[in-house]
Design a protein around this ligand. Structure first.
Ligand SMILES: Cc1ncc(COP(=O)(O)O)c(C=O)c1O
Length: 471
């Protein structure tokens, strides 16, 4: 058994000593019916098979640390896809949650409540927009922005009825609803779910000339350009310098809404409050989610100025839970934590440190690691397919897990590394060392053990845009 899988109590001193608010949870009480093995069996039996999880069961978490039902400790390097920027179960967020839960949880927007207006003012002032439209999940935030763009397109830009077009990027990820997958380049996400929503055009991410051409050819019909400032699910793809600025100029020139999906990149993840700040860009519409709820509750929000937001009238859009007082209290606390604990600066400096460490690992294994990239604490290690053969990034993540590091692959060769922003230097070093050890010790063994037949299928072209994005 790997050292990270020592019983919980053995790790007491170390955990308390090095990790901020990472105090130990109560002693594990895993019984046979709540063992990891049994829980995974139950989920497989009774839940839809819509994920392919790493076989590890979260039972308790605090800060950057997670414990499974047997009491083994791990360090989180996924942060629930960047939803837990503030760290798991942050005490200030939990306090806000509990206090609000005891007072009022839901009004629906059929009435007012005494928490959402406070959040609305806070968010609009903090991000510099006139108004906010609250939703719950990220995908709902994206749907909201798409509807808002279409409505603005018809009302303000005078696009002929039902002809509005949204442009999105190849390789994008905006969620799993029908509108969001209609822009997806992932065949698994789209096949068998047609017909997809019409009114979309695709453009290569980072390609200013291609965007300009689309805007020139179809500009009169295009109401919005939806993009991620850094493509997360695609494998932490950072666009070339100047791209965001060029997009801003083109959108302004062609009277097209620049819609930034900051659901994964926002709330300090990349070392700025919003990743668009890396180029000092102000999009027309910003979508927030994930860490806005500190990993405690789903909270999403769409920000825009009045001339855009007021295109949506009462009854035209909404959600029973959007703007609920419990989520509002949590979001206020979540943003306060980011500010009070200097998480923006922390993400920037720790991120740089982490990339330096990972590049040292790359120097040790230049034939295996193709690239280390990212901004702030949103990073990825891309490996060479041939050097991994017949193992994959998933297999590497399984071995990282055995060494106490929880990370998830994106595609066959990329590992995204996105810990909570309260991560310590020691923990970053643990992760870099674990990766190095996996590549040195575990990978050669895996390569002998994994049958060649388990090889990932050859990359195929996207059904929508015809491009092969990952090979
Ligand atoms: C950029 C981006 N947009 C939208 C979403 C969808 O968010 P949710 O899973 O909360 O619906 C995600 C989730 O990973 C995302 O990364």
């Amino acid at each position: 058994m790997a050292s990270s899988k020592r019983p919980l109590q053995c790790l007491l001193k170390r955990a308390l000593g090095t990790r901020g608010f990472c105090a130990l949870p109560k002693k594990s009480s895993a019984s046979p019916s709540s063992s990891s093995e049994e829980l995974m069996r139950m989920e497989h039996e009774y839940s839809a098979h819509n994920y392919h999880p790493i076989p590890m069961v979260f039972s308790q978490a605090k800060g950057t640390c997670i414990w499974d039902p047997e009491g083994h400790k791990y360090i989180d390097f996924l942060s629930a896809y960047s939803a837990v920027n503030q760290g798991h179960c942050h005490p200030k967020v939990m306090k806000a949650l509990v206090e609000q839960a005891e007072r009022l949880t839901l009004s629906s927007r059929a009435f007012y409540n005494d928490k959402f207006p406070v959040l609305a003012e806070y968010l609009t002032h903090l991000f510099g927009y006139d108004m906010v439209l609250p939703m719950n999940t990220g995908a709902e935030g994206v749907e909201t922005a798409l509807k808002l763009a279409r409505k603005w397109g018809y009302e303000k830009k005078k696009i002929p009825k039902n002809e509005a077009i949204i442009v999105s990027c190849c390789g994008c990820f905006h969620g799993r609803t029908l509108g969001a997958i209609s822009m997806s380049c992932d065949n698994d996400a789209t096949r068998g779910f047609g017909p997809l929503v019409p009114g979309h055009l695709k453009v290569d991410f980072g390609d200013v000339d291609a965007l300009e051409k689309i805007f020139k050819d179809h500009g009169d019909q295009i109401c919005g350009f939806l993009f991620e400032p850094i493509q997360g699910e695609a494998g932490v793809i950072v666009p070339p310098d100047g791209y965001l600025k060029a997009v801003r100029d083109l959108c302004s020139k062609h009277n097209i809404l620049m819609i930034a999906d900051e659901i994964q990149t926002g709330i300090a993840r990349t070392g700025k409050m919003l990743a668009c700040e890396w180029e000092n860009i102000r999009p027309d519409v910003v979508i927030l989610g994930k860490a806005l709820g500190a990993g405690v509750l789903p909270v999403s929000a769409v920000l825009a100025d009045k001339d855009i937001m007021l295109c949506i009238k009462p009854g035209e859009h909404g959600s029973t839970f959007g703007g609920n007082p419990l989520a509002s209290a949590v979001a206020i606390a979540a943003l306060n934590v980011v500010k009070d604990e200097g998480l923006i600066e922390r993400a920037a400096t720790m991120g740089q440190e982490f990339r330096d460490q990972l590049r040292n690992v790359q120097m040790r294994f230049p034939e295996i690691i193709k690239e280390v990239r990212g901004r702030g604490l949103l990073n990825a290690v891309e490996m060479n397919n041939k050097a991994l053969f017949p193992a994959s990034a998933y297999d590497v993540c399984l071995k990282l897990k055995e060494r106490g590091i929880l990370a998830k692959p994106t595609h066959d060769t990329i590992i995204r590394l996105a810990p909570p922003l309260c991560i310590s230097l020691e923990e970053l070093k643990e992760a870099s060392k674990a990766l190095s050890d996996v590549l040195e010790t575990d990978l050669p063994k895996m390569q002998k053990q994994i049958p060649d037949s388990k090889l990932a299928a050859a990359s195929e072209a996207c059904d929508r845009c015809g491009r092969v994005l990952h090979d």
